[in-house]
Design a protein around this ligand. Structure first.
Ligand code: FO1
Length: 316
């Protein structure tokens, strides 16, 4: 493995977009140098099992097991469980594949046995041959609630069942106020870091749950390592998912200015796509312009290298 000469890197991420950059980082860094802290605001209990979509997306992506067509779940999945559930008249709006189901059932068993989500997440990652440390933002329950014209919706009801159709009026993170950051997150911040990378995940849905935990925003901002965010916006559009629709409904312009403002007291640098190069000097923060659309493995490692190069330049 040939990688940049860097120390420890802490990556913060949500699901699909974040997982792609986390994979890029994992391919260019020695495993012991990378810690990936993953959003748990989307987690919920459904059909009696605990489902952690972003943790599983990152685990399956780094383990080479992900279903790249769906963007979630396992490759080569079968759906016997869902077909039988349908026959029995059970709820079928949330699709749980047979392979994926083993993850949720075994995670639930371990959590009920008293293991923490951190322990289960690290152990599942090891079982899939993943070297970097994967950890949740917290071992406490933090639930993203979407405030809409139709009332409050649990995140997966808004996202999957209602297909992001209800207009969003606000977002809150229930339980965040009394949550503790996960041990791996605290350890990484206390250690010697060369870079903190906010992956191109949805700032409002995937990164804010972590930032809502008391002390986290301040601890990140105060860390000696440069904090670099990779913008999830390219040319006024979100690369993936409901980011642009959500921003518009929250009264926010879908621009790099909005992203720079959102992270204003936190980041030392913002990585922008080449499509937005003309904005680079207008954002009030150091910027680095490169391709941020990760279609291939080379795109993922290329962006990871760019982010670490940017961190090195900011450290000087
Ligand atoms: N997303 C869907 O759009 N439809 C589904 O049926 C669905 C099932 C599912 C099962 C397990 C899992 O880990 C993720 C799943 N997702 C599904 C994705 C997930 O709800 C979202 O992509 C994330 O929560 C957003 O980051």
């Amino acid at each position: 493995m040939t990688g940049p000469k860097t120390g420890n890197v802490l990556a913060l991420c949500g699901g699909v977009g974040g997982a792609k950059l986390a994979l890029g980082l994992s391919l260019i860094l020695p495993p012991e140098k990378l810690t990936v802290i993953i959003n748990t605001g989307d987690d919920f209990t459904h059909l009696g099992v605990r489902i952690c979509p972003d943790i599983d997306t990152v685990t399956y992506t780094l383990g080479g097991l992900s279903n790249t067509e769906l963007g979630w779940g396992r490759m080569g999945e079968t759906w016997e469980f869902m077909e039988n559930l349908r026959t029995l008249g059970g709820p079928t709006w949330f699709n749980l594949g047979d392979k994926d189901m083993a993850t949720h059932v075994e995670r639930t068993r371990r959590l009920m046995d008293g293991q923490s989500l951190s322990q289960v997440t690290a152990d599942f990652a090891r079982s899939h041959g993943i070297g970097p440390l994967l950890a949740p933002i917290t071992d406490d329950e933090v639930a993203t609630v979407i405030e809409t014209d139709d009332g409050d919706l649990a995140f997966q009801h808004y996202f999957v069942r209602d297909k992001c159709q209800p207009e969003v009026r606000g977002i809150r993170f229930e339980g965040a106020e009394s949550a503790m950051p996960s041990p791996a997150f605290i350890a990484a911040l206390r250690g010697d870091l060369d870079a903190i990378v906010i992956c191109p995940s949805n700032p409002y849905l995937s990164v804010d749950p972590l930032l809502a935990i008391p002390g986290v925003r301040q601890a990140l901002a105060a860390n000696a390592a440069p904090v670099i965010a990779v913008s999830p916006i390219v040319g006024g559009k979100a690369i993936k998912g409901p980011t642009a629709k959500l921003m518009a409904e929250l009264g926010l312009d879908v621009t790099q200015h909005t992203i720079a403002h959102h992270y204003r007291d936190l980041i030392d640098g913002l990585v922008l796509d080449t499509e937005d190069a003309e904005m680079a000097d207008t954002l009030g923060v150091s910027t680095y312009v490169t391709n941020t659309v990760m279609k291939t493995i080379d795109d993922r490692t290329g962006l990871a290298r760019a982010v670490l190069d940017f961190a090195t330049a900011l450290r000087r």
